[in-house]
Structure formats: structure tokens, C-alpha cells
Design a protein around this ligand. Structure first.
Ligand SMILES: NC(=O)c1ccc[n+]([C@@H]2O[C@H](COP(=O)([O-])OP(=O)(O)OC[C@H]3O[C@@H](n4cnc5c(N)ncnc54)[C@H](O)[C@@H]3O)[C@@H](O)[C@H]2O)c1
Length: 332
């Protein structure tokens, strides 16, 4: 697959917003292997998943701009040179979006609108992939959730993410901008934020496990999720970017292993060789925005690009644990 991608990305200029975060930094590492010329833009806001260590191995081979992606003065000059833009910058905490909705809106909507407008004016030929989310569907009306499922987010973050996505899609529809959205589900793997549960409970669980502390599973623990390992998500982003007919389209990701949170906690403890977990009542702030069971239907991206998740949950969790055993001092 890497060889196929080489034709699409070798020698190409690629901008990754949120490039020092979890997904952006993993994508940047893969793009570098493919021979792209890479620019990363990130605010490195301490509340989010960005970290200088995420790009430590590649920092000399990429250009890094510490700035808001919507800052026209800093970002507009680099837009005309790009062949691809991956818009992965974001405020990802559901609970933070409820306590500070204006900040959430500024990042996920206003900054994305700003870069979409820069592209429209300065580089209408660029291919843009937006980092979308399953959160826009809210509480599933049926499972698995496909792209035709109604959108009905149940937290402010879902609304701002939907706005960010639709600025891209409307710019396609109105101006022909070559934009597509990949709606991701729970992504996990090396370089994710594990300091706290701000981003996702899974990150916090890795840390608790390695500190020998108990994992807290909210509610009855039977909520189903499908998780995607980061390498599979990076492949999906590249496939959608390279696919000639993806302009203006939305694609869901999803996994084959639908796992209850309780089973996930058990598996993590088993793989780690020690640890414990406990069911605990939902904190009120989380219960209000819980979506219950979710798993996605990835038939469309499979049909159009051939994407399939490759990394089994057990293998992905093992690799992730190994990463944090080795690098914990940079992430705690
Ligand atoms: N991780 C997941 O499970 C998941 C699932 C669905 C969708 N997504 C989406 O994928 C994208 C990337 O998520 P992630 O997990 O890598 O999160 P992350 O927090 O690790 O990375 C996001 C990065 O964006 C940066 N950032 C935030 N606002 C910015 C701005 N205005 N300008 C420039 N940089 C800014 C942050 O500093 C951070 O480094 C997000 O948009 C998120 O909504 C992630």
C-alpha cells in the first residue's frame, strides 16, 4: 500500500493542521516516509493533545509553525503552495465544550472557516481532508451507523465539529473546493494524550493502568464502541485524499470488533499482565452527553477506496502500551 501511495504523495506539499497532536503527528510521520514536503501548524494549547515529543523523530525534516490555523497573517502565505491539506486541528473534549463553548466554537468552527476561505481564494485546486467525527450523529437511531444516519449531536462539541465539516462541504458545493470529510470513531494508539480523560477515556486508562491504578468504567460498562488503531486511520486519511472521486463526500470509519467498555477494560488489564477496574456511576456531566452504544458502518470507504481496518484490538492495545512504557516521561 505504501508503494501505491508514493505516486500520490511523493514530492507533494502537504499541510497538516493540528500536526503536533495525536492523529496529525502520526500522519506526518507516514507522509515523510512517502516523500512529501510537510508543514505542520499547531497552537500547542496545553489542554489539547499536541506535544513537541510527538514530532521529535521528524522535527528536523518538517516545517513547524506554531500558530492558530485561522490566523490569516501566518497561514495565508503557505496556502498557495500546498497540494494537500489535512485539517486535523481541533478542540476534542466533549465536556470542555460544555463548560467553555465559545472557545470550542472558535477553534472548531471559526478557525476552520478561516482556512477554508483562504483555500478558496488562494488555492482552489488544493485537496482538503477534514477530520470529522461520529459525534455528529448523536445517539444512534440504528446500528451500525452509516453516512445516511441523521445528524443530531448531543453536545456543543458535536455542533462545532459539524459546522467545521460543513464549511468544507459547502465550499465544495458552491465553489468546487476539493474537500472531503472522514468521520472517525474512537481512535487510539501511540502519541495520544494520556494525561487525563479530556480527549477520551481510553487515553486516561493507559496511564492509570501503567501507574497500577484502578480503571473506572462508567455505568454498567455495557456500552459498545468500535475502536480504530491509529495506523489504520492514517491509511484511511491518505486513501480519501488520493481518491479522485472523494471530493465533496463524507466517509465513516468503523471497526470489526465491537467491544463493551467493560470488556475493553478487562482486555487492557489482561494485556498489561496486571491491573484492576471497577464499575462506577456516571458523573452527571458525562451522563448528560453519553451516546450509549455506537459502532460505525465503513462499507462506503471500503467500497470506494478498499480501506479495511488491519490492526486487531489486542495488537493495537499491546503496541500502545509498549509505546507508553518506553516514553511515559514525555506524556504524563
Ligand atoms: N482521536 C479521536 O478519537 C478522534 C475521533 C474523531 C475525530 N477526531 C478529530 O480528529 C482531529 C484530531 O484529533 P486528535 O485526536 O489528534 O486530537 P489532538 O488534541 O491530539 O490534536 C489536535 C491538535 O490540534 C491543535 N489545535 C487545536 N486548535 C488549533 C488551532 N486553532 N490551530 C492550530 N492547531 C490547533 C492542538 O494543539 C492539538 O495538537 C480533531 O479535529 C478531532 O475532532 C479525533
Amino acid at each position: 500500500m505504501t508503494e501505491n501511495f508514493r505516486a500520490d504523495f511523493q514530492g507533494k506539499n502537504v499541510l497538516v493542521t493540528g500536526g503536533m497532536g495525536f492523529i496529525g503527528s502520526n500522519l506526518a510521520a507516514r507522509l515523510l516516509e512517502l516523500g512529501s514536503t510537510i508543514t505542520l501548524v499547531d497552537t500547542l494549547h496545553p489542554k489539547y493533545g499536541g506535544s513537541p515529543f510527538n514530532v521529535e523523530p521528524i522535527k528536523k525534516q518538517v516545517k513547524i509553525i506554531i500558530a492558530d490555523m485561522g490566523d490569516e497573517k501566518r497561514i495565508a502565505p503557505i496556502i498557495p503552495h500546498q497540494d494537500y491539506i489535512f485539517n486535523l486541528a481541533g478542540q476534542v473534549s466533549h465536556t470542555d465544550s460544555m463548560s467553555d463553548p465559545q472557545h470550542d466554537l472558535a477553534i472548531n468552527a471559526a478557525s476552520h472557516l478561516a482556512i477554508v476561505e483562504m483555500c478558496r481564494k488562494l488555492n482552489p485546486q488544493v485537496k482538503i481532508i477534514y477530520g470529522g467525527t461520529r459525534q455528529v450523529y448523536g445517539i444512534p437511531q440504528y446500528l451500525p451507523v452509516d453516512e445516511k444516519h441523521p445528524v443530531a449531536p448531543i453536545d456543543y462539541n458535536g455542533v462545532s465539529k459539524m459546522a467545521g465539516e460543513w464549511y468544507h462541504l459547502i465550499a465544495h458545493r458552491t465553489y468546487g473546493l476539493r474537500a472531503a470529510s472522514l468521520r472517525m470513531t474512537n481512535v487510539y494508539g501511540p502519541r495520544m494524550r494520556v494525561r487525563d480523560a479530556r480527549k477520551t477515556f481510553i487515553g486516561a486508562w493507559f496511564r492509570l493502568l501503567l501507574e497500577g491504578r484502578e480503571l473506572q468504567v462508567f455505568g454498567n460498562g455495557r456500552q459498545l464502541r468500535d475502536l480504530n488503531y491509529i495506523d489504520d486511520v492514517v491509511t484511511a486519511l491518505l486513501l480519501v485524499a488520493a481518491h479522485p472521486s472523494s471530493d465533496g463526500k463524507i466517509y465513516n470509519l468503523g471497526g470489526d470488533e465491537h467491544t463493551s467498555l467493560l470488556d475493553l477494560a478487562r482486555l487492557m488489564v489482561e494485556i498489561n499482565g496486571s491491573g484492576s477496574y471497577r464499575l462506577t456511576p456516571f458523573p452527571a456531566a458525562r451522563k448528560r452527553i453519553d451516546i450509549g452504544d455506537y459502532y460505525g458502518d465503513y462499507t462506503k470507504i471500503h467500497r470506494e477506496t478498499g480501506w479495511n481496518p488491519q490492526i486487531k484490538l489486542r495488537e493495537g492495545l499491546r503496541r500502545t502500551l509498549d509505546y507508553y512504557i518506553e516514553h511515559r516521561k514525555h506524556y504524563w
